[in-house]
Design a protein around this ligand. Sequence first.
Ligand code: UDP
Length: 377
Amino acid sequence: MKINTDVLIIGAGPVGCVIAERLSNELNLKCKIIENRDHIAGNCYDAYNKKGVLYHKYGPHYLRFKNKKTYDYLSKFTKWIEGDYIVKSVVNKKLYSFPINLDTLENFFNVKLKNKNEAINFLKKKIIKIKNPKNSEEVILNKLGRQIYDNFYKNYTIKQWGISPKKLDKSVAGRVPIRFNRNPFYVNEKLRFMPKHGFTQLFKNMTKNKNISIIFNTDYFKIKNKINVKYFTIYTGTPDRFFNFKYGKLDWRSLRFVFKTHKKKLIQECVQYNYPNDHKFTRKVEIKHVTKQKTNYTVISKEFPTNNGDPYYPIINKKNLSKFKKYEKLMNNEMKNNIFFEGRLARYKYFNTDEVIESALVLYKKLKKTYKNLVKS
Ligand code: UDP
């Protein structure tokens, strides 16, 4: 039996939901979403466990906004609670502020540093000057020196990515802020909010329009020939798969989570403890610190990085980027067939959630224009 739809969307993650919402509510188009998993929201998915604790199934999502417009858009589908994301790093069994800030430097080096100038002066003797840092090792050595690199970054990065930091673009370790003040928050953005009733509820509210229907537990490539699309296809999966691995496989890093429920109000001091040098897992997350749920139970998750499993992280380095560039050409070429690619997987980009929503809104504008032209002609 054929499936007829105005718009076909592959993937019910943030991009798929935003596109479906915009096209159904603004342009009154019928959207069919095909999703591999049995739920919406992609890796933002959160759910209540048997004890009623809300947990993030695919790792913590600390929502923050670079752009107020993205926040305003999402505000149509959720109320918010403040997002105070505080992370500590456990080094030699001691908890340190992370990202590195004045407190971390003082406690780690056992010195007093009054301000930014004193910190920079102090670090002058420690840093290894590199003119144009190119990789995730050089970028940290150049800013913080060998001791901080070795204790806080090196082994975490090796564990997280399974390769040397030298083989990773500088943007990877470089995405964590480095501060010479006492700001303890994990991210720099001032607009930090969590959806009051969770991410899944937010995306459910977003996709309420009767013109949106979702087929779960379905591999798009198995039913592709059965679908008639009138206007657009939006693909949010991995590009190598879409093009039948024409240029070979792109590398992805995945995670395995181990969750444990405890009959305790709270266990950790803050939402996340990083373990750069101990254990096989990278971090322990107690998401209740940010969901602020009122319950007598709490959940701790441990994250074990792995090469097997669903693709979570693009591995940003020269080898993968040059392969991706070839796929990108093919993707651009598909635009003439009204097939569009967006999202962390399709764009092979280390996007944060707000960035992904923003890029979906930009794509919507393009689709709207194209649609107006299509119906005119
Ligand atoms: N990183 C590190 N030590 C830490 C935390 C992060 O070396 O304690 C590096 C590591 O390479 C990591 C990258 O910074 O992959 C980005 O960290 P972030 O916390 O942003 O990763 P995500 O939350 O996206 O997994």
